[in-house]
Structures are given as C-alpha cells and as structure tokens.
Design a protein around this ligand. Structure first.
Ligand code: ATP
Ligand code: MG
Length: 406
C-alpha cells in the first residue's frame, strides 16, 4: 500500500481569541480558502468550530500546501491520511510512514485518540499496538514521550481513522475581510502592492483602485496592475479591480494649473475619487503606498496637502519603511518582477520635472477653483470599470506568457 494524503486539517490563527465573532471569522476564512483553492477544482473545503478541512479528492498535496502557506488567518496545518478503521491497516500505515521517515537516532511516539468509543482498542491500547508495529518494522528506533522527533497522531472517529505526523506553519495574520473593507490605491509601482499585502495581512478586504489615462497610459500598464492584483489574491481570495478613467482630469490639470502643482493636484483628485468610490462601496479606509521622503509627493507637507481633501482614515503600511525593506517584501510576495516592467503609469507621464515638495493647501485650492472639481470627480466615478480578479494557477502564468509571445 502506498499512503497518499487525503485531507489537510487547518488550525485557525489569532481568531481563536475572538469570542462571539468566532463563527464569522471561521466562515470568512473558509470562503477565502475556497477562493484561493478554486484553482484546484477537485478540492473541497469544510469548516467547523475548531478546524477547517481541506479534502483533496485525489488532488496532489504539495501545491495545495504551498497555497495554504500564504493564506492569512491560518496558524498551522496538518496533512492527514484517512484510513479504514481496521487495526491491521493502521499497523501497516504507521510502519510505512515511519520507514519513510527513518534515519539513525530518530525518536517517535504514538498519540492516539479514540472519539468512536465502540472501536475495539482504547487510546492506551492503540498507543501500544501501533508503537509495537513500528518497533517490528524498525527495531532500532527509539520511543520518546517528551519532544520526540515524530509524533504520530492517530484519531479514531465515527466515519474513519486519521493519521498525521507533520505540522506546517501558516503565515498567521487575520482572515481577509474580518477587519472590513478598504480601497487600495494601486499603481503599477513597487510600493502599493506591498501596502496592499500588509493591509490584507491584518484582515482588510481590499478593492484595488487604479487610475488609467489612455491613450497616455498603455494597455500594458493596465495589464500590469491587473497582474499585481492577481498576485495579491493568493493571500485571501478574489479582489475587485476598479479602473478609473483619469485622462480628462489630467488634461484639465495640465491646462489650468502651474507645473509645480501638477502632482499635488493630481493626487488630490485621486484621493477624492477613491474616497467617493469607497463611500459608494461601503469601504472604511483608504490604503496607499506612500513612503515618507521617497519622492516629492511624499514629504509630510505633500501628504498634508493631498490628505486635506478627506477625513477618511488612510492606512499607509509602508510609510516608515526604507525602499530596500519594501523591495524585500515585494520579492517575497512575487510582485517585484511585475512592478519593474517598464510601462509608464499616469503619474510618470504627466510628472513635472520639479514638483513642489512643500505645496500649500491654499494654493492648491486656488488652482482648483479654475476647474469644476465636482463635475470632474463625478464623471470619473461614473466611468469606473469593475473586474473581479481571481487566483490563477502558476502554470497558467506560463501558458499566458507563451500566448503573449505568439
Ligand atoms: P508605487 O510604487 O506604489 O507606485 P511610488 O513610490 O511610485 O509608489 P507615488 O507615485 O508618489 O509613489 O504614488 C504614491 C501612492 O499613490 C502609490 O503608492 C499609490 O498608492 C498611489 N498611486 C499612484 N499612482 C496611482 C495610480 N495610477 N492608480 C492608483 N493609485 C496610484
Ligand atoms: Mg508610482
């Protein structure tokens, strides 16, 4: 007999401390796991108060484990073998498992639990019987009760017997969506996807808002933002991608405002529009990728001038990070190589040579009086396009790349 993992038992993370909200958390996590694992059609996900069960139904274990390692809200998981409740079958199974793991000096113990009290052996007898079976197969192995190298967990339940022996650490964090919704201002750059990832980590369900200014910005820039969003779906499931038509506003600013204020005004419009979309879609916060001092738009004076158009809380997860720290995370979450693709986004194209690093709110307001701000914002919001971005299997990436090449 060759044993194959049949399911994965998922242990919940920090959410176990959340009292009466527990079921809400669990249901959210279950749905996120279902979303992320939707790339494996055979897999089924169920959840109860203590655990979530990922039933493999013949799907290969390794890639599913890789996916689970990235989903926020999972503390740890154990792959398990589901077996018939038959002592001989269980004996053979523990022999096979331990033979596979054996190296000199390896210590083990059996930790059996009998939930089905009609089963012929009780927990103590199971520990002995199965331990003996291991010794018959591996006479020189040592049993050790305290901190053995391998703990064979055996559980006899009503429907079947389960054996597991490895525990894999999850990423922790909170299930995406359990902290409410936020609008992520997603450019095609390095910082905003990292900001999105960090917001997801604390349970914020993000929707990606992306400003595009065709024909100044190319379809490539838009695809880049899509691809970045898709990378972020690995951590908690589907993400709504909201494309905002920004050409008219950028042209208007360029025409009516002095060069030095282009950037400040552009950002103020982005902020207003994002806030309007947030309000319409029941978001609670705005998330962006601003990092203090990185560029002209990110001095404290600039942030203040940009921020002045709204009272909505703004989360800036990377605000105090150095560029290299941000890049480290971007590499870890696999967005870096997409972010550095050379497609100009709307800000680069209209960027002045020397933007003001200490813009004044009063000046910004004065220049804005030359335009019909409200009508511009309304038209942009009326023109948004929403796409749901879903996870994609890694090999699909390759297929798509080949398609692009042909
Ligand atoms: P990033 O690497 O995220 O592009 P950046 O260092 O280039 O950031 P800026 O260009 O000043 O910084 O942008 C600051 C923030 O404004 C971005 O992190 C992002 O949240 C938001 N932003 C900029 N351009 C866009 C855009 N085209 N669509 C949506 N949000 C944007
Ligand atoms: Mg940028």
């Amino acid at each position: 007999m060759t044993l194959v993992y049949s399911e994965i038992m998922v242990r919940y993370g920090e959410l176990s401390t959340k009292g009466k909200n527990r079921m809400r958390f669990i249901n959210k996590l279950k749905r996120n796991i279902q979303d992320v694992l939707s790339i494996y059609p055979a897999v089924q996900v169920t959840a109860d108060r203590d655990r979530c069960h990922v039933i493999l139904n013949g799907q290969d274990y390794a890639p599913v484990a890789e996916s689970l390692k990235q989903i926020f809200g999972i503390q740890a998981f154990n792959p398990v073998y589901r077996l018939p409740k038959d002592v001989t079958v269980l004996e053979n199974a523990v022999q096979e498992i331990m033979t596979g793991l054996y190296r000199e000096g390896l210590t083990f113990k059996v930790a059996a639990k009998r939930a089905d009290h009609s089963f012929e052996l009780d927990s103590r007898e199971l520990n002995h019987t199965l331990g003996d079976a291991v010794f018959r197969a591996l006479p020189s192995i040592q049993a050790q009760m305290k901190k053995p190298d391998v703990t064979l967990k055996v559980e006899i339940r009503d429907e079947a017997a389960y054996i597991s022996h490895e525990e894999i650490k999850g990423v922790g964090g909170l299930p995406v969506g359990t902290s409410g919704k936020g609008m992520l201002m997603l450019s095609g750059g390095i910082d905003s996807p990292v900001a999105g990832y960090l917001a997801l980590k604390r349970g914020v369900d993000i929707e990606a808002v992306h400003f595009a200014s065709p024909p100044y910005t190319s379809p490539g820039a838009l695809k880049k933002a899509h691809d970045l969003t898709r990378k972020l779906t690995k951590f908690g499931g589907n993400i709504q991608f909201i494309e905002v038509p920004f050409t008219e506003i950028q042209e208007e600013i360029k025409e009516k405002a002095p060069e030095a204020y282009l950037m400040t005004l552009t950002r103020r419009f982005m902020m207003r529009i994002t806030d309007r979309i947030r309000e319409e879609r029941d978001g609670l916060v705005i998330v962006n990728g601003e990092s203090l001092g990185q560029v002209a738009s990110q001095t404290l004076e600039s942030m203040q001038a940009i921020n002045a158009v709204t009272n909505t809380p703004i989360i800036r997860p990377v605000v105090t990070m150095d560029k290299l720290e941000i890049i480290d995370i971007a590499e870890k979450i696999d967005t870096f190589n997409i972010s550095i693709q050379p497609f100009e986004d709307c800000c680069t194209i209209f960027a002045p040579d020397r933007p003001k690093t200490n813009p004044k709110i009063k000046n910004a307001e004065q220049y804005e009086r030359r335009m019909d701000v409200e009508a511009l914002v309304e038209r942009a919001v009326a023109g948004i396009m929403i796409t749901e971005i879903t996870p994609q299997a890694e090999n699909d990436d390759v297929e798509e790349m080949i398609e692009d090449l042909l």
